[in-house]
Design a protein around this ligand. Structure first.
Ligand SMILES: Cc1ncc(C[n+]2csc(CCOP(=O)(O)OP(=O)(O)O)c2C)c(N)n1
Length: 389
């Protein structure tokens, strides 16, 4: 058994100072220690997949990141691990616990199956891993191995933590408790005639006109990224492919790590519904520099236009409930332009919903640049732009 401090001080020496995750009792000593010590940042993620995406954003923004979660949520993170970090080549250290350890003491029934398959699931995902170093002398070597792997392969590296690997550490301070102000606007012009709504391309054109050295765009999975690319491929644009729903947590990770950048997340209704919980993280941590755009066509347009449940709910009320600072909603491009102009000038987080119609330009292409190149170029853009801010 080690003390939390033994491991975390060695993390700090290797510049790991951004932590995120979803708690597990085995991890409490780590999470509590990190929250208590201001040299670390800790973001509480609403699920394990979001944690991977948040850490991916922080990593792209130049931070060394650690994700901590329980193996029961490993399934939640399979998607971003296989189609975000693996293909964009974004390294991070991940500590998963091993509840339901088949060789350990008996555990709650819900952990049994996942405990049995955790290691093979990691192997199946072609993830390199080792058991968590539970002796003080073994920590430095284990961390150095992890860092060497991450630096060479540019992929996540996992430690699998067993019960009692770390001694208890009681929380001394409170976590962040942030209150947001908000207002709500709703301007609808075409409620009875949806075909008159504007297109995704028109909305993206408005957003792209704001591209400058301190503005970045994270475009959600599917046609949003493809259309943005077709409008003009720029280094400040990140095209999410796969990992549906992770645009917001990824953008949040960047916004958190680089508060001087203006971070636009361009979301779809299907994607936002898949990971709505990440809006809670945005509202709670309230990054001033985040503008969350929802291009809401009430459909999974990219996969054939199947309806989502979006037409039956109010995203702006959800954003208001999650305490975004400013919330706007419209179906008119004129109002949309006004809202974006306002959002550029005021502190966020700001949520802007534009109801759009389905459809894309004919023969819509796909980014010809690889995800890995997108990530590298994007990350370089961020580090350069922050230099000039
Ligand atoms: C976890 C996951 N499930 C399903 C998909 C397939 N998929 C890609 S884009 C998409 C639709 C996204 O819908 P929305 O966010 O509303 O954006 P739109 O296509 O309407 O622009 C789906 C279902 C995926 N990439 N990842």
């Amino acid at each position: 058994m080690i003390e939390a401090q033994d491991f975390l001080s060695q993390c700090l020496k290797r510049k790991f100072n951004f932590f995120t995750g979803t708690p597990c009792s085995y991890l409490s000593p780590f999470i509590n220690y990190v929250i208590d010590h201001p040299e670390f940042d800790f973001v509480d993620a609403t699920n394990e997949g979001d944690a991977i995406a948040i850490a991916a954003g922080a990593t792209l923004a130049g931070r060394r990141s650690v994700v901590m979660y329980q193996n029961s949520g490993l399934g939640n993170s399979v998607n971003p691990l296989t189609s975000l970090t693996a293909i964009f080549k974004i390294p991070m250290l991940v500590i998963t616990t091993l509840r339901g350890d088949p060789h350990g003491e008996s555990d709650e029934p819900q952990h049994k199956l996942m405990g049995t398959i955790t290691e093979s699931l990691l192997n199946t995902m072609q993830i390199s891993w080792a058991y968590f170093p539970n002796e003080k002398m073994a920590i430095e070597k284990a961390l150095d191995q992890a860092v060497a792997y991450m630096d060479k392969e540019k992929k996540p590296y996992f430690f699998v933590m067993k019960k009692n690997d770390v001694a208890p550490y009681d929380l001394k301070s409170q976590g962040p408790c942030l209150k947001s102000q908000f207002n709500v606007k709703h301007e609808e012009r075409f409620s009875l005639d949806r075909d008159k709504r504007y297109t995704r391309t028109e909305a993206l054109g408005v957003l792209q006109s704001y591209a400058d050295r301190k503005t970045i765009f994270v475009a959600t999975t599917g046609k949003t990224g493809r259309e943005l690319y077709e409008l003009g491929d720029l280094p400040n644009q990140f095209y999410m492919v796969g990992s549906m729903g992770c645009a917001l947590p990824l953008g949040f990770g960047i916004a958190y790590a680089k508060p001087k950048l203006k971070v636009y997340v361009i979301d779809g209704d299907g994607a936002l519904l898949m990971r709505t919980g990440s809006m809670a993280t945005v509202g709670a941590y309230s990054p001033k520099n985040l503008i969350h755009i929802l291009l809401d066509n009430e459909a999974h347009d990219s996969t054939g236009g199947q309806s989502t449940v979006s037409s039956s709910l109010s995203f702006s009320t959800v954003a208001k409930g999650f305490c975004y600072r400013h919330v706007f909603s419209t179906d008119h491009l004129g109002f949309f332009k006004d809202y974006v102009a306002v959002a550029m000038k005021q502190d966020g987080p700001t949520f802007i919903q534009l109801k759009i119609k389905k459809g894309s330009p004919k023969n819509l292409g796909r980014p010809k640049i690889s995800p890995e190149e997108v990530a590298q170029r994007f990350s370089q853009f961020i580090s350069r732009s922050v230099g000039v801010l």
